[in-house]
Design a protein around this ligand. Structure first.
Ligand SMILES: Nc1nc2c(ncn2[C@@H]2O[C@H](COP(=O)(O)OP(=O)(O)OP(=O)(O)O)[C@@H](O)[C@H]2O)c(=O)[nH]1
Ligand SMILES: [Zn+2]
Length: 300
């Protein structure tokens, strides 16, 4: 049942499923959906947040505390202020395709963002049916470099329900989001991952809100295990405010060589005695990745 039937004295831990303006819908530890008001100082709750809730004497429930976040994805609102959108994300599913062609620099930005969130990355190459006709030799070489780096890659055709089970298996036990450039098939993949979405939204409407029409992010439990946090605002999340430290540490293949440059503040660009450039020359760092590092460096 999804009605707010509980003892006034009851309380517990829950997770934010979605927001309704100032209110939040939480799932209690017992698996029940509960609409809660939030104290004013808790106006920054995000989908995925773990919280403490308490039943109130009036018969409704309130979120009384935000438990520590593992990470939080933020976006600027219409006033340009950063607002939390989703929290406690374990896995970034970065979708790209053969048509439109992959924007590798965008993928690198997602890898940097994942590193900053301490989240894992799954690269999904969608539209596998177009690979033989649309994949250029250059694109195949770029992809091979990610595989060489140890990046997890899945080839999927969302339109043909091909590879979706592999994505579900990768999500199992984790909370994931789907991100990527426009037109690559993110909503096609989300639809395949969440065939029962209407049922879920219907069950939420039983709590008396009517249909869930906000664009707020929503957490969906997957029957195969794990969860997907999804909304248009989550899907097109990108990296903003890139600084040098975030950039440098966002290239995991640089790690064995960091600290070995002649200058401690080496930007791995024009400096002599650069260990990163030496590693590129020695074939230990993929040259295309390094070229894109330099172009990202010009933006920090
Ligand atoms: N050939 C082919 N087309 C696909 C596949 N998956 C999705 N598409 C098509 O690609 C187009 C874009 O798919 P969407 O799911 O809307 O892509 P999106 O990433 O959500 O796009 P935005 O909303 O612009 O960000 C649609 O016309 C889909 O039918 C696939 O596996 N193969
Ligand atoms: Zn250097």
């Amino acid at each position: 049942m999804t009605e707010n039937i509980f003892q006034a004295a009851s309380s517990g831990i829950g997770q934010v499923i979605t927001r309704f303006g100032a209110d939040v819908l939480i799932e209690t530890a017992g698996g029940e959906l509960l609409r809660c008001t939030a104290r004013r100082k808790l106006d920054n709750l995000a989908c995925g947040d773990r919280v403490q809730w308490e039943g109130q004497a009036q018969g409704n429930a309130a979120v009384t505390a935000l438990l520590p976040r593992q990470n939080v994805l933020e976006r600027p609102d219409f006033r340009g202020r950063l607002r939390p959108v989703a929290a406690n994300i374990d896995l970034l599913i970065v979708v790209t395709s053969w048509q439109p062609a992959p924007l590798w620099e965008m993928l690198d930005r997602y890898l940097i963002a994942a590193n900053r969130l301490h989240a894992d990355v799954l690269l999904v190459m969608n539209k596998a049916d177009l690979r033989s006709t649309h994949a250029t030799a250059e694109a195949e070489a770029c992809l091979a470099e990610y595989v060489q780096m140890g990046c997890d890659v899945l080839h999927v055709a969302a339109d043909q329900n091909q590879g979706i089970a592999d994505i579900l298996a990768a999500i199992r036990g984790r909370t994931a989001i789907v991100v990527g450039q426009s037109g690559v098939g993110k909503s096609s993949i989300a639809t395949q991952l969440l065939p029962d979405t209407d049922i879920r939204v219907g069950s939420i409407s039983e709590t008396g809100e009517g249909r869930h029409t906000t664009t707020s992010a929503m957490l969906y439990r997957l029957p195969t295990g794990g969860a997907l946090i999804d909304s248009p605002g989550v899907r097109d999340f990108g990296l903003i405010g890139l600084d040098f430290a975030t950039l440098e540490t966002g290239f995991p293949e640089f790690r064995p060589f960091l600290g070995e440059c002649r200058f401690h503040n080496c930007s791995h660009n024009h400096e002599p005695g650069c260990a990163i450039k030496a590693a590129v020359s020695a074939g230990k760092i993929p040259p295309r990745r390094f070229a894109r590092y330099l172009s990202l460096l010009a933006t920090v």
